[in-house]
Ligand binder design. Structure first.
Ligand code: FAD
Ligand code: NDP
Length: 426
């Protein structure tokens, strides 16, 4: 049994949704494109799962956050795919790929062939077991990657109302889930190995602002240690977490956010990999010219830094997907992907954006006891990264623009003095 398409997208997340939108904009014909996804719903804006989806009142639910509402464009409900003749094959895992034959094998035993394949398989959460701790499958231990996880997290959260939530990991999932759990009135404790939260991006000074804000909302921090084991009751539910520093914390629920691994396994040994992802060129094309990779799974040349990187953020998923489709449909008109890395988060009443790279020396500006402050990163005499909390649309656009220009910085004291004014004057 088999079907054949001109274009196949494997994976049905953010990148798949934006790729489908771009295919339609560029005139894909009915019946040419299919999306194969393990998930049971059409592509949606994954960032909603750790924010609006977890709100205690009026939480976000599908269809409100299908792609491409996250970039203020039309909402691609299942009807959209039908109307544009795009086959949405849901609840279907691709089990293997044969890049020499241009075929995919699904878990239902179907063979699907393609002329052009876009790999948009995203990533999977790292499990505790990979760090030697067992208990991931306990009923009150939650991960957060997809809708099934989010539904489960909401149920566990509601049944733990007023209780103790332990959040393991001080990265994006940890920070956003801790805020949501506190908003839902749980007693939240965050545990992570680093000296401060968001250690890969935030400076000590920036992190301290957020930690103080979290503390003012009742969140506790236990830093510099890791989870070593759980205590369970007779139902197999976790009742406490044990930490390497010898402490034991009672727990009604646990949320784990300790990083991800890109879903590359279908293509290992068949495509060139780099930085844990599928290596692609400036057209998002892999070592096999019929196969493109986009989103979390793609390692691509970031022109502004002159090196290959893999980025795990939604803006990159959206733009890399659009770029790949442009390169496929109109290669002669499409240049190399020229991407400025952009990360953001929203927690409680706070909201920050970061553009570029956080290497080199850092210079803070603004009022760290107030609402708007930020930082610039200077590397080899040039501005390479900018962070801003509490900015307006115009201010965020200004730091993005300034970072993209990579201006030479001759006088850092002047830069510090001007602060946000420096970006606004560019
Ligand atoms: P995904 O969106 O993960 O999609 C991958 C898809 O592939 C899934 O549908 C998966 O089921 C499917 N799949 C995988 N393997 C197979 C297979 N073998 N067969 C069939 N289907 C398969 N980024 C930000 O910049 N800002 C944010 O605020 C933000 N919030 C986030 C909140 C959460 C809870 C999470 C989990 C991520 C968040 N991110 C955020 C990161 C962002 O969502 C990802 O970078 C983005 O989703 C990557 O898009 P993608 O299409 O590459 O992967
Ligand atoms: P992150 O990589 O952001 O953070 C993982 C954190 O867990 C790091 O602080 C890491 O420390 C720590 N950690 C690693 N191992 C352990 C351990 N054994 N015990 C305790 N802590 C540990 O990953 P997340 O899981 O938070 O996020 C998953 C994905 O979702 C990422 O791709 C992220 O970009 C995305 N996401 C993005 C959001 C956004 O952009 N706003 C929001 C939500 C998710 P170390 O650095 O030392 O390894």
């Amino acid at each position: 049994m088999g079907r054949a398409f001109v274009y196949v997208i494997v994976g049905g997340g953010v990148a798949a949704g934006y790729a489908a939108h771009e295919f339609v904009k560029r005139g894909v014909s009915h019946g040419e494109l299919c999306i194969i996804s393990e998930e049971s719903v059409a592509p949606y804006e994954r960032p909603a799962l750790s924010k609006g989806y977890l709100l205690p009142e009026d939480p976000a639910r599908l269809p409100s956050f299908h792609c491409c509402v996250g970039s203020n464009e039309e909402k691609l409900t299942p009807k959209y795919y039908k109307e544009h003749g795009i086959e949405l094959i849901l609840n279907t895992q691709v089990k293997s790929a044969d890049v020499r034959r241009n075929t995919l094998q699904t878990a239902t035993g179907e063979t699907i062939s393609y002329k052009i394949l876009i790999v948009a398989t995203g990533a999977r959460p790292l499990k505790l077991e990979e760090f030697g701790v067992s208990g991931s499958d306990a009923a009150n231990v939650c991960y957060l990657r997809d809708m099934v996880d989010a539904e489960r997290l909401v149920n566990v959260m509601q049944s733990s109302s007023g209780g103790n939530a332990i959040v393991i990991g001080g990265g994006y999932i940890g920070m956003e889930c801790a805020a949501s759990l506190a908003i839902n009135k749980l007693n939240v404790t965050m545990v992570f190995p680093e000296a401060h939260c968001m250690a890969r991006l935030f400076t000590t000074k920036i992190a301290s602002y957020y930690e103080e804000f979290y503390k003012s909302r009742g969140v506790k921090f236990i830093k510099g240690t890791v989870l070593t084991s759980f205590d369970f009751n007779t139902d197999g539910k976790v009742t406490a977490v044990n930490l390497r520093d010898g402490s034991k914390l009672p727990a009604d629920m646990v949320v784990i956010g300790i990083g991800i691994r890109p879903n590359t396994s279908l293509f290992e040994g068949q495509l060139t990999l780099e930085k844990g992802g599928i290596k692609v060129n400036g057209s998002m094309q892999s070592s096999n010219s019929s196969i493109y990779a986009v989103g979390d799974v793609a390692a691509f040349p970031v022109k502004i830094f002159g090196e290959t990187r893999r980025l795990e953020h939604v803006d990159c998923a959206r733009k890399s997907a659009r770029h790949a489709v442009a390169a496929i449909m109109e290669p002669e008109k499409t240049g190399e992907f020229d991407y400025l890395p952009f990360f953001y988060s929203r927690v409680f009443t706070l909201s920050w954006q970061f553009y570029g790279d956080n290497i080199g020396e850092v210079f803070h500006f603004g009022d760290f006891s107030g609402k708007t402050f930020g930082a610039y990163w200077i590397h080899n005499g040039h501005l390479v990264g900018s962070f801003l909390e509490g900015g307006t649309k115009e201010q965020y656009e200004a730091i993005a623009h300034a970072t993209k220009l990579k201006p030479a910085i001759e006088d850092v004291t002047e830069l510090e003095r001007q602060g946000l004014g420096f970006a606004l004057s560019m």
